[in-house]
Design a protein around this ligand. Structure first.
Ligand code: DGL
Length: 279
């Protein structure tokens, strides 16, 4: 008869694991560090399979579950944040079936964007996969039914955000080409950054916009949700962090090669050099 070990209780020293295909999850890390200072984090990027946004759904589900399960085991995480819209709009159910820890997803911030827009015309800037997922259709039907939603697939911005974090120069033409479809509709006044890579570029995107618009991302909302998951008794919006200050060197993992620039980029967000995760 197999002997099973009783599950160990999660401890406040166990990290919250952030997962993305690449550096996009660092935009969520920024919000988590601000709202939950002192909560230990861990990071895993599936950079061997980057980008996710142009890959087949079946392959992605299996890959995402395998990478997250391996990283949860390696990090001893007490919760997982899927800091990737492309993964969350596809694989949250499969992840929750496989993992015993709480899983918090990231989906495009359609609801706050619809509430913010005065003109009723909003843009959704995301990966090719996210812009046409049934999950995204449901978000739009539920929260932006009376709005015009301009869906713009901007996969090239993923590579630009990777370059920014690695300290490499950006390609201004690639940025302008990716944004151009947004400006066709003159009434558009609000843009959902529906890929976690894009808030990393928000200053650059705002500089290149022909007119001021609201840029809306999910980072702060995810941090609030994580605070609730870690301490369900804390009033919503309260800072559930226990220790002041950030952790200088939280652990990180990557499935592919990591350049020195990327290691420096991770260090800027409080992570040590990514170790290799075998999947
Ligand atoms: N950061 C991911 C997202 O939020 C996607 C990047 C990719 O295509 O891998 O959608």
């Amino acid at each position: 008869m197999p002997v099973s070990t009783p599950p160990t209780e999660p401890s406040t020293t166990d990290p919250v694991l952030i997962f993305d295909s690449g550096v996009g999850g660092l935009s969520v890390v920024r919000a988590l560090r601000a709202q939950l200072p002192g909560v230990p984090l861990a990071y895993v990027c599936d950079n061997a399979a980057l980008p996710y946004g142009t890959k087949a759904d079946d392959w992605l589900v299996a890959r995402i579950v395998a990478v997250c399960a391996a990283a949860v085991a390696a990090s001893g995480a007490r919760a997982l944040v899927v800091a990737c819209n492309t993964a969350s709009t596809l694989a949250l159910e499969a992840l929750r079936e496989r993992l015993v820890i709480p899983v918090v997803g990231t989906v495009p911030a359609i609801k706050p964007a619809a509430a913010l827009s005065r003109s009723g015309v909003i843009g959704l800037l995301a990966t090719s996969a996210t812009v046409c997922r049934p999950y995204t259709d449901r978000l739009i039907a539920d929260f932006a039914a009376g709005h015009i939603v301009q869906r713009v697939a901007a996969d090239t911005l993923v590579a630009q955000a990777e370059r920014l974090i690695a300290g490499e120069p950006l390609d201004p033409d690639a940025l302008d080409r990716a944004l151009a479809p947004l400006w066709a509709e003159e009434r558009l006044d609000t843009v959902v950054l529906g890929c976690t890579h894009f808030p990393l570029l928000s200053d650059v995107l705002a500089e290149r916009a022909p007119r001021p618009v609201h840029w809306v991302d999910s980072g702060a909302a995810i941090a609030r949700r994580v605070a609730q998951v870690l301490d369900p008794s804390a009033p919503a919006g309260n800072n559930a962090g226990t220790n002041a200050g950030t952790n200088a060197s939280d652990p990180a993992w990557a499935t592919g090669p990591v350049s020195p620039g990327l290691t420096r980029g991770f260090a800027g967000f409080g992570f040590g050099a990514p170790r290799s995760l075998l999947v």
